[in-house]
Design a protein around this ligand. Structure first.
Ligand code: GDP
Ligand code: MG
Length: 449
């Protein structure tokens, strides 16, 4: 998916203005890419529709070039479908918080139970795992092994290896096991109960009934539907079946460490409207992440920091200022101390400078020039420049000893500070002149082109 989108965006990036035909071509590529990634067809349709509509509407922020605008729209729409922001687990007002895991066999429920237990334990909770999967002979043992690794006790219908012999056998009824697990959590003051359930290879009525019965027995605060991210087009049907048959409050994507590029994430989130809370990313207990819609969107787009950069640039840049500046640079007019100040202030708004320049390709010169830039100094630079006369601002070379002393007094700094600023400005001016010659600023978001 991402390779394809990346090349689509590369084509866009080289263009200045976008025609409707450009947008349609782009939307077609996005549609194809999403279908390749096994995003469900209706989801692809509504997604591309929304992107096209927004791309055609005149919400083009002047700080961005049109190609970046389309990237941003695609990203925004992806984030929106994926739930906007991460939703944390709903914790019960009166513990224990009960979390029920549901999903097909092999989806990764038991593995997730251990990961989630460890995650919660690390946050200071005292979880108890319940083995309510009595379908497969080794399912209980598997949960016990996972529990032991996580250092979290397991309530099971067979005497466990937890050394807690009051965790009594409860027979072979998973509903009874779940209920007794809940009682055990109450009496032993576990504040979270995680109930692992059985799955089948496919959706069937008996499976749904059992999961519903367990749900009714323990009245969970969260029912988490665990789904294998590699499941492909089946994601929608499976998610819909669990939504109808058991109902769930949130989704966990498992096996996101493989080649899965998030097609399932998009489908499930879009079709069920339920948020994705966590991602499982490997077989180890620590291969577990809180799910962030924005990061998933980036993963789907595979554009990483570039998207962050666009966001930051959009927030920070006063488009008009930037255009004026770019015009000045391109025309080769002299870059003045006042321009220097404006640039410093704008760049400061963009966040830590080093990170910014680190994200931009081909910004080596600029990075070098500003590598030692201390953001807190912008205020001081401003004070110094404000204390200069217009003639001094225009031509810092006229600043002699007495002028330097006056500026230092006026700005509450020292003559050395004035010297340093003038030197630094000199360096920046050289860079700016070079860039003006090479037109280098046009590659920078917000600097016009
Ligand atoms: P359950 O039937 O839903 O309980 O699924 P399991 O937890 O038993 O997992 C089924 C298989 O998938 C096991 O071999 C797990 O080790 C593996 N598995 C589970 N989660 C992940 C994951 O996030 N990444 C990878 N690579 N394997 C996983
Ligand atoms: Mg299992």
């Amino acid at each position: 998916l991402s390779d394809r989108l990346t090349s689509t965006f590369k084509n866009l990036r080289t263009k200045g203005r976008l025609s409707e035909a450009d947008i349609d071509a782009t939307v077609r590529e996005i549609r194809r890419a999403l279908l390749d990634a096994d995003v469900a067809v209706p989801v692809v349709r509504s997604f591309t529709g929304a992107v096209r509509e927004r791309a055609l509407s005149a919400e083009v922020s002047q700080a961005l070039n049109p190609a970046q605008q389309v990237v941003k729209i695609v990203n925004d729409e992806l984030v929106a479908i994926l739930g906007g922001q991460n939703r944390p687990l709903a914790m019960a007002k009166r513990p224990p918080t009960v979390i029920l895991l549901a999903g097909l066999q092999g989806a990764g429920k038991t593995t997730l139970a251990g990961k989630l237990a460890l995650h919660l334990k690390n946050q200071g909770h005292t979880p108890l795992l319940v083995a309510a999967d009595l379908q497969r002979p080794n399912a209980v043992t598997q949960l016990q092994v996972v529990g032991e690794r996580a250092g979290v006790p397991v309530y099971a219908p067979h005497p466990g290896n937890q050394g807690a012999d009051d965790y009594l056998p409860a027979g072979a009824d998973p509903v009874a096991v779940a209920r007794q697990g809940l009682e055990t959590a109450r009496t032993r003051q576990h504040d979270v109960l995680i109930v692992d359930t059985a799955g089948r290879l496919g959706v069937d009525a008996e499976l749904m009934q059992q999961a519903s019965d367990i749900r009714d027995a323990v009245e969970p605060d969260e029912v988490l539907f665990v789904i294998d991210a590699m499941i492909g087009q089946d994601a929608v049907a499976t998610a819909q079946a669990f939504a109808d048959g058991v109902g769930f409050t949130g989704v966990v994507l498992s096996k996101l460490d493989g080649d899965a590029r998030g097609g399932a994430a998009l489908s499930v989130a879009s079709v069920t409207g339920r948020p994705i809370l966590f991602a499982s990313t490997g077989e180890k207990l620590t291969d577990f992440e809180v799910f962030h819609p924005d990061r998933m969107a980036s993963r789907i787009l595979d554009m990483g920091d570039v998207l962050t950069l666009i966001e930051q640039a959009e927030k920070a840049f006063d488009a008009e200022q930037a255009e004026k500046m770019a015009g000045k640079l391109v025309s080769g007019e002299d870059f003045t101390l006042e321009d220097f100040l404006v640039q410093m202030q704008q760049l400061r708004k963009m966040g830590p400078l080093k990170n910014m320049f680190g994200m931009l390709p081909g910004m080596g010169q600029m990075r070098e020039a500003l590598d030692n830039f201390d953001e807190r100094e912008v205020d001081r630079i401003e004070a110094i420049i404000r204390s200069m006369t217009p003639a001094e601002r225009q031509n810092p070379k006229i600043i002699n000893g007495s002028r330097r002393a006056r500026i230092a007094r006026g700005s509450g700094t020292t003559p050395t500070d004035i010297n340093q600023l003038v030197e630094r400005f000199d360096g920046a001016q050289k860079v700016m002149r070079q860039m003006a010659k090479g037109g280098g600023m046009s590659g920078m978001p917000g600097m016009g082109n």
